[in-house]
Design a protein around this ligand. Structure first.
Ligand code: ATR
Length: 270
């Protein structure tokens, strides 16, 4: 029986939950796989990816800080990857001679919103942050027709670069928006080392949905901050599971069952 060789590449990588998720997908689909976490520094990335696929590797997930750099090792880029200039999934084809790069983060985010009955159509959505995490979800959100898609970032000139990256998408700066806010998405790394605070003066109320792309074993600092506004709060664990499921589907053409994976992750992290 074939055992497919898979893995996730990042730096650091030891806290990655991807090996547990894919192991669970393996159990649920019967596809035999070996999924390992690889800590690789930037200067070794291209060589690592090339050799991984040459040596029979089937697929790789790519995480921070390599999502942009990894596309230099790929031969074929999906439309999303071309738009984002970043990828999180590589698939080996033709015996490892052809590497295809995809991005499943945006689709994973949208699938999690559907799962949680979070509506995007005609809603005012604010994204905090203008880095890679923010970029990865903007085109997918825009496709679903929000009323307004607003971005706020600590460093303003980075917001402008983000706007220039997506000239087709009507993005607004928070300074130019003062309507009601239906959803706030945290795509920053603010708060990872302590508490979270953000200056949003208008538009929040108890119906506002707060969604953190980050996650952890306990409530994230962003969601703790959000508690004074609303009880509609979600962390990014669902997005993590769905982006992994979409990667698995790219590798094997099978959508793995995703129910109760969250509980398994928490059990493993006790
Ligand atoms: P990622 O790929 O995870 O998005 P990134 O590209 O380094 O990482 O972006 C990190 C984001 O978090 C940026 O929007 C950053 O704001 P700046 O552009 O001003 O640096 C934001 N961020 C990180 N620490 C922050 C903090 N303490 N307060 C506010 N924003 C912060």
């Amino acid at each position: 029986m074939t055992i497919f060789k898979l893995g996730v590449v990042g730096q650091p990588i030891k806290h990655s939950l991807s090996p547990i998720i894919h192991q669970e997908f393996s159990i649920r689909t019967g596809i035999q796989l070996q999924y390992d976490a690889y800590e690789v520094p930037p200067e070794a990335l291209d060589g690592f990816i090339t050799n991984f696929f040459k040596d029979g590797g089937h697929g790789l997930n790519i995480t921070l800080p390599h999502k942009k750099a990894c596309i230099a090792s790929a031969h074929v880029l999906s439309k999303d990857v071309e738009l984002l200039s970043a990828a999180n999934t590589l698939t080996g084809k033709e015996g490892g001679k052809k590497i295809v790069a995809d991005s499943t983060d945006g689709a994973g985010f949208i699938r999690d919103c559907e799962d949680k009955n979070i509506q995007i159509l005609n809603k005012n959505i604010i994204i905090l942050g203008a880095g890679g995490a923010s970029q990865s979800i903007i085109p997918s959100i825009a496709k679903l027709g929000p009323a307004k898609l607003v971005v706020d970032n600590r460093t303003k000139n980075k917001t402008n670069s983000l706007f220039n990256q997506f000239p087709e998408i009507p993005l607004l700066d928070l300074d130019n928006f003062n309507g009601p806010i239906d959803m706030v998405i945290n795509a920053t790394s603010a708060g990872l080392a302590g508490s979270f605070d953000w200056d949003i003066i208008h538009g929040l109320d108890k119906e506002t949905i707060f969604y953190d792309l980050s996650y952890g074993p306990s409530e994230t600092p962003f969601l703790q901050w959000a508690s004074s506004y609303s009880t509609h709060k979600f962390d990014g664990i669902g997005m993590l599971i769905f982006q992994a499921a979409y990667s698995f589907e790219l590798w094997f053409d099978i959508a793995p069952p995703t129910k109760h994976i969250k509980e398994i992750l928490f059990k493993n992290n006790d």
